[in-house]
Ligand binder design. Sequence first.
Ligand SMILES: [Zn+2]
Length: 888
Amino acid sequence: MFNFQKLQRSRAPRLALLRSFSFLLTVSILISPVGALATPEATKSELPQTSLALAAPPWCGTPEPDGAGSLPDGSDPSHPAGSFPHIPYYAIGCTLAEIQARSNGRMEVEVLGQSALGRDMYLVTINALDTPQQRKDFQTWQNIRKIALTEPQRAQDMLDRAGGDVKVPIFIQSGIHGNESEGVDAMFELVERLATTPYGADPEVDAILDHVVLLWNVVHNPDGRVAGARTNGNNFDLNRDFLTQSQSETKAAVSIMQEWLPPDILDMHGYVTPTLIESTTKPHNPSIDYDLWLKWNASRIDANEAAMNAIGLAVTRPILDWCANGSPPTSPDGLCPNGLPPGPSQAEGWDDWGPFYTPMYSQLVGLNGSTVEMCNRTDTRCGVPGSTAHPLGRLGAKIAQYTVGWSTLLFDLENRHDLLWDELETYRRGVKNAPRPECCEPPYETDGFWMRKYPLAYVIPLGAGQRSDPEANRLVDWLLTNGILVEEMKQDTVHEGMTFEKGSYVVWMTQAHRGLADTALSIGTNISGLIERLYAPPGAWSHGYLWGADTLVIPREANFAPITNRVTKSSHLLGGVEPGVAGAYVLAIDSPTAVRTLNALLAGGTPAQLAMASFISPDGATLPAGSAIFAADPATKVTLASIGRTNDVWFTRSYSDDLPAMEPIDRVPRIAVLTAAVNQDVWSLRNLGFTADPVGTGSSSQLNDPAAANPLDGYDLVFNTAGWPSGTTARARLQAFFAGGGGYIGALLNGANFLTSAGLVSGLTAANRTGNGRSGIVSWNNEGGPNSPIVGAFPAQDTAIMDPPTWFTATPATMSVDGRLPLAGYFLAGLWQPDAQSASAPGSAVIAHGTSTSGAARLAIFAMNPLYRADPEREWAMLASAAYWADQ
Ligand SMILES: [Zn+2]
């Protein structure tokens, strides 16, 4: 049998060397526990399967094709320097179980959730509770956690009484991008060391066990690791989904952050040369407490950098090292192109503006967080100048992640009291809705930070002033899931001429998570002119102005004091059929809920008709074109009443004589999305209950193969954001599809130009403004009004997200304009400086519908993409209306 004690004894003296700053020896220590460099054959042959042969084959589990597992493993001379065997996804669960079995109860493994394709996600918790003191310190943290968000000042007092006798939860996530591989392997080594080193054998391990609860999201993106791809099985970049939370993987990670409120997190990525530890540049998210964030971000990265340098690895810190062009200086004098040194006043291009990244969401929930972009070069560029201990390649990447991870745990445990105290301080400021201090000490005083002055509250009306009550509930459910306190009005409230009905929701900014609430509900900030570039779009986001419910801001100075009570779940809503004499029932397509309801009815065989013009209800209200109209016979009425109650929607009544021109809606529209694989567009359409599938248009696609069946057969319309294909057969089949009455919905510049290239319309031109992350929220005027079958259910002016800003410079005579940018003031939030290339945007069309020149096909075009990242749910209803209308 393997002698565990012997191995531990042999490791202890090496660990002493780790602190001697001897680079070569240190590397051998880091690697030796898994046998990757240090005589792996000898090590393996001595160890049974249950031993430390973790990150080396043979793997446990049932072998399957795997992207990480098939990376070069160093077994062949042709493999690049630093190649080593990466753990494949299929071995993750059994390997964790094997470590857990040797952890003496120190380590827990649980299935955290499932990926898009149904693969398990694992959460590892290392929380040693072996000694009375460890149990007491964890209990102290639990006591603090209980009141952290509601009574943070009392929690601070509790913490002060405890001093350092407290545990601090730290969250590490690896594998969010499936083709950035070594973070997972590195964290296996880190966790294995923590889980299996006997207490008393390693002072650093002891200190972490005593005062840290480590939470490790092992492979955030299992589908991506298996496929060797950045995205998950739905082709979402999960590191853009942390605010929308559309994907199951995101929901799983968010649940851990919300439960534990970790004051520091690491998100393990690759690859930047040298290793980048995320010290973000301007613009900073306006809803963070930047003074406290900066204090901890800068000091923790100091510790990370020292640990990296000690083993000869270099670190880049964007805020200190970069210029306004988003790069370090390239000139020999070390100055930026503008002649100034790099640093906080200059650096741009690695910002924490958007809360849709893992660490940015986390810093709004907790305090600090960093993306870590390991360096995997096989030359010397990962190292500090003068270091000769390279190339290291992927092994170097693993060492970098391990070193940043370990040094973070050591730093955070050393500073646990102050770190937790400052996290509670952000909560304390929140519950008072206190102003945030000016910021910061040199050199950061010149940094671009635009902390918002928080409003008093946001109101999410129910009833009057709310376009969709079920979507108001959808938003409230999101807020509650994200730890945000929501209250409801106990009586009708009049405010500045508006009446909010009893039950309307109020999100007071006097709360611990005011920053998260504010960044989610506010429309955002127009940073055009303040900044040159963003790391990535979008420059604005807003559940309050992009999701399906209306939200109002109550300014800080407002005289607004309704009596409100806290809610723990969204309200029970009523739905059904409107009482009274009816010749037909009407469902306005004003929300994703309405779309799902109509599609469910169609799928269940309930016939519906599409209103082609607006009409008047028995109460004198205008019912919009695009509404679904149902029969009023007893059987249909029962069906509508039932789904109305279930989905919280009302079917309003109409007299038969008042009905407008109608067309049958035969069935749920079947939509061919012109893309090679499932993506955000397909996902969103399916989420709405449409039949939607990817249909590739490339030269080697089925569509372009004359010998293969036509993949457009069986679809009613096309959704497209791509260019007109080049293949002869693909073109001919698309032409035949439209000539035969197939419908078309196009989005963005390509979606418009496709129609011109296909010869389907003439006189349609579009423009956009791309680059530097230009994107944001625009207002648009509803030019179509109630008679538009596309935007009839929308208000006179509404908001939409554009990435990139796009508009139509001319529309065909066969199409009518439904939506148009106002002549001025249309850019509400984000990054889009008015410039010469944008000169044709003011007043231009952004939504239009009509027919092809021949009249055969119905077409709808959107300058924005209403399905963008599955986020702008408010726009889904007009896209759905276009689908019902375009399907003849
Ligand atoms: Zn990445």
